[in-house]
Write a protein that binds this ligand. Structure first.
Ligand code: VG1
Ligand code: CO
Length: 543
């Protein structure tokens, strides 16, 4: 097949954020926009001739068109094989698993994750390297640099490939293999968890609701939960991936999954309610009468992972993103294993996992995962919970309570101010940064500032430095306020304020979270003049 070189001009807004390039779908639909970015990916890589590329997405609107374009461009650029999830479906953790399983050179994941999908909503694209994880900053910056100078891209003139039937075809000399999106991932889960024990748990009458939010996890959850593990039919809600996620916002938080929360707090609650996001890498876990904050979930998973066969010899260490609560630190300390604090975004865990420094990683944004792939993994976290419940024969509530009693409780909340004006958000951060040197030692009511800085991370494996990863104000006794701007939004800016207080006293583990954090919440406003800079008197989402 003759290779066609198409002349193009740069777009100047193709810098990948926390997790790839995310924009309004219509931005991606502009002529050459997606092609420019895909060529910038390929042009930033070396040594892939004849090797395999994995391609898949969360099934959102424009997924199929994007895949056809990528297939032709990957063939024109010289990949030997392209491995595609049937109908273009691969959850983000499944894509990571396939890259590793098939020893691919890398992969392209099409998703805007927990952002809504559709012609008027969001789309995204991300490159993952051969370890299965998101490309590190060195590569994403090279992609961005290339995108600003691009003059042409390579493609081939070919008919669209049938991506709905399993099997192999060719584009010129490049093999295209359409695979079952679930099989490799399902086998991996079966190798890590005690499926027999979880099956017995369900057989004993244990009940569950899992909301796939009309996003990518439906087929995975049906096959594993209702198929392999024998959960009752109907356990999986909204199990068909839809291009617009059924008009819902596929973010498994307490706002968009309020129905699950209400169910879990009602008399009709199943033993566990769970959900995942658009691309399947986030998780929500709510036991009967007990919401589990993601930060607590990470700590509890780290403390109990040895109960799952895949982790029975113990964990090497734990890593968490800086804004994530310090609950996991206490577990790592007790287990005498390493604890790492990284910037926000899964790409920062890759080196630590590859080097064997850590086994379990997590973020406060409903992300947990392990060394089994190089992405956070929603169903993995939920299966880990099921395995722990089966092994301990206790409820979610009992396990959470016992954990707090043993380690103390980290009251934790994140306040998001979504889609505020970019200038105001930038001014807020600039003013905070200017204030940093004066804060240490200052007293605000009962709170004394111990230190204040703009978080910088020196990767202990490759020595790379990432600066300005969030302003943090640390108080005596372990309380914290952290401010950072989101790197995944597609319009305006989103300010995230993370608030944490440590409470060792078990007699004080029953407070309502916002009340327990009230003095810090007020101080967060006072220190950053949030309402002045954003024009908002309250957050749009509290998690
Ligand atoms: C958010 C979360 C971050 C997560 C990222 C990608 O980033 O805070 O913890 O890794 O989303 O998750 P930001 O920059 O908006 O705060 V996903 O499920 O969108 O791939
Ligand atoms: Co996601």
């Amino acid at each position: 097949l003759p290779i066609k070189t198409v002349a193009t001009k740069p777009f100047n807004d193709q810098r990948p954020g926390t997790s790839g390039l995310r924009k309004k779908t219509r931005v991606f639909q502009q002529p050459h926009y997606l092609a420019n970015f895909v060529q910038s990916i390929f042009s930033s890589l070396e040594g892939f001739a004849g090797k395999a590329l994995v391609v898949g997405g969360d099934g959102r609107f424009f997924n199929r068109e994007a895949i056809q374009l990528i297939l032709k461009m990957a063939a024109a650029n010289g990949f030997g094989e392209i491995i595609v999830g049937r109908s273009g479906i691969l959850s983000t953790p499944a894509a990571s698993a396939v890259i590793r399983h098939d020893k691919a050179f890398g992969g392209i994941v099409l998703s805007a994750s927990h952002n809504p999908g559709g012609p008027d909503a969001d789309f995204g694209i991300k490159y993952n390297i051969s370890n299965g994880g998101p490309a590190p900053e060195k590569i994403t910056e090279a992609i961005f640099a290339h995108s600003k100078a691009i003059e042409s891209y390579k493609t081939v003139e070919a008919a669209d490939i049938d991506i709905d039937s399993l099997g192999e075809t060719f584009i010129g000399a490049t093999k295209v293999r359409i695979i079952d999106p679930v099989a490799i991932y399902r086998d991996l889960m079966a190798s890590l968890f005690d499926f027999a024990a979880i099956r017995a748990l369900f057989a004993s009458g244990f009940t569950m609701k899992f909301d796939a939010m009309s996003a990518v996890t439906g087929p995975y959850a049906k096959a594993i939960l209702e198929g392999d593990l024998g959960a009752a039919p109907g356990t999986v809600l909204n199990g068909e991936p839809l291009p617009d996620f059924g008009h819902h916002h596929p973010d498994p938080n307490l706002v968009h999954c309020k129905h699950l929360y209400d169910l879990a707090m009602s008399d009709a609650s199943p033993d566990i309610c769970a959900a995942s996001d658009g691309d399947g890498d986030r998780n929500l876990v709510i036991g009967r009468g007990q919401f589990v904050t993601p930060s607590d979930s990470l700590a509890i998973i780290a403390a109990n992972a040895h109960l799952a066969p895949g982790y029975k010899s113990g964990i090497a260490g734990v890593a968490r993103s800086m804004p994530t609560s310090a609950a996991a630190d206490r577990v790592a300390h007790k287990l005498h294993v390493g604890m790492y604090e990284t910037p926000t975004g899964w790409k920062f865990f890759g080196n630590l996992l590859d080097a064997g420094k850590v086994t379990i990683c997590g973020e406060e944004s409903a992300g947990a995962g392990s060394n089994h792939v190089r992405e956070k993994d929603g169903l993995w976290a939920i299966l880990m919970w099921l395995n722990v419940l089966a092994a301990r024969k206790q409820s979610v509530k009992e396990i959470v309570r016992a954990h707090w009693a043993e380690y103390g409780r980290n009251y934790y909340s994140r306040h998001d101010y979504e889609e505020v004006a970019t200038e105001g958000a930038n001014a807020l951060v600039a003013a905070l940064r200017a204030k940093l040197p004066t804060l240490a030692g200052q007293q605000f009511g009962a709170l004394t500032v111990e230190s204040a800085d703009d978080f910088a991370y020196l990767d202990p494996i490759d020595g790379s430095m990432s600066r300005q990863q969030g302003v943090r104000i640390l108080f005596a006794g372990g309380s914290r306020i952290v401010y950072r701007l989101s790197g995944t939004g597609t319009s305006g800016a989103t300010l995230r304020v993370y608030i944490e207080r440590y409470e060792p006293d078990a007699a004080r583990h029953d407070l309502e979270t916002q009340a327990a954090l009230a003095d810090l919440i007020a101080l967060a406003e006072q220190l950053a003049d949030i309402s002045k800079h954003t024009g908002r008197d309250k957050p749009s989402v509290i998690t």
